[in-house]
Write a protein that binds this ligand. Structure first.
Ligand SMILES: O=C(O)c1ccccc1NCC(=O)[C@H](O)[C@H](O)COP(=O)(O)O
Length: 219
């Protein structure tokens, strides 16, 4: 199962994520976020992870071509995560312009939200299911809130998705038990405060996933 740790900004925590066995590292390009980084920082930290075989992900929200051009040119990401209200046509254009895979994020709180993925199937390379942002939040992601994972039980089993939203060491086992994601994505759950990743919480998150997998294989 892929594991993406999102919102990195330091060498120490990037190294902890690499050591933990993540498949992806994510960098936030959204100025209102406490995790927003300069493109040069993402290039340095992402390059460090890429050298160890991880994929580096640029996370943007309704970004225009000029902004994406700069990110792709300097950071050289492996994957573009579109975390806004990008249409299927925009996803196609971004894929064509950069020749990079695109992961489209969706905010889920009801079954109707899941129906919105249909036009993106076969268009986006990967889907990411995140919780809907609380009303008072300025962030479309990284809010540390979960959605009802049982909603995913009705999903066509051929839909490949990463699960995110409020995951942490305490609930990731339950999340896996209630859904069948091909990947997990976490940000707030491995932070000591918004925007500050904790090497201890990162290690605990990986340990919790390993324990959940052990339990699954014993059942
Ligand atoms: O994390 C942010 O600050 C952020 C800001 C704007 C758009 C997306 C953002 N995060 C995207 C992610 O992939 C997060 O990992 C995902 O939303 C889960 O976050 P959390 O619930 O905090 O684990």
């Amino acid at each position: 199962m892929d594991i993406k740790i999102c919102g990195l900004s330091t060498i120490e925590t990037t190294d902890a994520v690499i050591a933990g066995g993540a498949s992806h590292v994510g960098f936030i390009f959204f100025e209102k976020s406490p995790r927003h980084v300069a493109v040069e920082t993402a290039a340095e930290l992402g390059g460090r992870a890429q050298a160890k075989g991880l994929k580096s992900v640029a996370v943007t929200v309704n970004a225009d071509d000029a902004y994406l051009d700069n990110i792709v040119h300097i950071m050289k990401p492996d994957l573009l995560q579109l975390h806004g209200s990008e249409s299927p046509e925009r996803v196609t254009k971004v894929k064509q312009r950069y020749g990079l895979p695109v992961m489209k994020a969706f905010s889920i709180s009801t079954q109707d939200d899941l129906a919105k993925i249909t036009p993106y199937i076969g268009v986006a390379d990967r889907l990411l299911f995140d919780a809907k942002a609380p009303k008072n939040s300025e962030l479309p992601g990284g809010n540390g809130v979960s959605f009802d994972w049982t909603l995913l039980k009705g999903l066509d089993p051929s839909v490949d998705y990463m699960l995110s939203g409020g995951l942490n060491a305490g609930n990731v086992g339950d999340a896996i038990a209630h859904s069948s994601p091909s990947g997990l994505d976490v940000s707030s759950g491995v932070e000591s405060e918004p925007g500050v990743k904790s090497t201890i919480l990162i290690a605990s998150f990986f340990e919790a996933i390993a324990n959940a997998k052990k339990r699954e294989s014993n059942d």
